[in-house]
Design a protein around this ligand. Structure first.
Ligand code: SF4
Ligand SMILES: [Zn+2]
Ligand SMILES: [Zn+2]
Length: 370
């Protein structure tokens, strides 16, 4: 090389995390006078396509938080909040669909093939024409069943459709433990262990679980516990106030609470949209429990309205006149919202029916007040 050698300054990273060769992330400055750095990530989870979208989003957000604020407690709070969201069933399934490349015929044995391949093989068994090309990405989710745990990852990997189009209550749900312990935390750990942070420790020691909202809880399937003591002692949570109890409503909610009490206990949107005439039309001599029944019916009606709005939007999109929307586009966020509301609506119908049976209000019309 002729002397002197001239080098061009490409960019400056400040701050940055260097994981290994070709894997790093940092705030990048490319020219003088650049006021704010730009997040630049190479080879780390947040830019890899084979992961699950939730991991990509979280790694990206964590890096931004870290570089922008340098505040680890903000990162921690964010991570724990996301984990709680997943555990309490509030996360969108869409973010947890993993699409991995499958090469059928190249695995040593059927049982040792990776989850995506397991799913592809099951699909192939149902329909011989349903065979992925070599290297095609096959989408799957990892599920578990609250009442009958699935032991192995092999059985837990399912087509997203199996999770999404379940009839009659959620028998399967996203396997939060798998996603958190095998996907999210390891990805974060690879970055944060470099600066001496133990993200698994955050989760182990500081994770606080919030109770699922009544509409997102799996129905308590007593038949599963038949013949065991659990059949009798398994407790539930009141669907109105979350207190522990043995029935769908706690004693106090089943009693003669004033309606105003329920309004304080139900979700914000329910509170906001309760008709003003509601209290006024409530007869002074209402039956004990009638307010609870009414509160549940209002909750249901609200869900129906929101579900209906989504169904209409899909009907317009499909250009169909049928309320049975046939679209199964896994890429559309509306699909997930529509299915979720549909499921919550089923749950709400069930709550309402159980409550009215319990209060022996069945047959009596509470709708007169609505
Ligand atoms: S789910 Fe999305 S793509 Fe499908 S009909 Fe509804 S809005 Fe259209
Ligand atoms: Zn209660
Ligand atoms: Zn109560």
């Amino acid at each position: 090389n002729p002397q002197p050698m001239e080098l061009e300054l490409e960019k400056v990273y400040l701050p940055c995390l260097l994981v290994t060769k070709k894997r790093y992330a940092g705030y990048m400055y490319e020219h003088e006078g650049q006021a704010e750095g730009e997040l630049d990530v190479k080879g780390v989870e947040s830019v890899r396509r084979d992961g699950c979208p939730a991991v990509v989003k979280m790694v990206d957000k964590c890096l931004r938080l870290l570089f922008a604020t340098g505040d680890l407690s903000a990162v921690k709070a964010y991570v724990l909040r996301q984990c709680d969201k997943l555990q309490s069933g509030r996360a969108s399934v869409q973010d947890f669909i993993i699409a991995s490349e499958v090469r059928l015929g190249t695995y040593a044995s059927e049982s040792s093939a990776p989850p995506a391949a397991q799913v592809a093989m099951r699909r192939h068994k149902c329909d011989v024409r349903d065979t992925p090309d070599l290297g095609e990405r096959v989408p799957f989710v990892v599920v578990h069943s609250p009442n009958a745990p699935l032991a192995r990852l092999k059985e837990s990997a399912r087509r997203p459709e199996e999770l999404l189009f379940q009839n009659g209550g959620a028998k399967l749900e996203l396997n939060a433990g798998y996603y958190i312990l095998k996907r999210i935390l390891p990805a974060l750990d690879r970055l944060f262990s470099l600066i001496g942070v133990d993200v698994f420790g955050w989760y182990r020691l500081e994770m606080r679980r919030t109770l699922r909202t009544a509409l997102d809880r799996a129905p308590t399937d007593r038949s599963y516990f038949k013949g065991t003591m659990l059949q009798y002692c398994k407790s539930e949570h009141c669907v109105l106030c979350d207190a522990q109890c043995k029935e769908v409503l706690c004693d106090s909610c089943a009693g003669t609470h004033a309606l105003a009490d329920f309004r304080a206990k139900t979700p914000a949107d329910f509170r906001a949209k309760t008709p003003a005439h509601f209290r006024a039309t409530m007869p002074a001599d209402f039956a004990p429990g009638a307010p609870a029944a009414l509160a549940l019916r209002l909750r249901l009606r609200l869900l129906e309205q929101r579900h209906d709005a989504l169904v209409r939007a899909c009907m317009r999109c499909e250009g169909s006149h049928s309320r049975d929307v046939s679209c199964v586009s896994l890429d559309c966020p509306a699909l997930y919202a529509r299915l979720k509301l549909g499921r919550q609506q089923q749950t709400a119908i069930e709550h309402s029916a159980r409550a009215e049976r319990m209060l022996s209000l069945a047959g009596q019309s509470t709708s007169a007040f609505m």
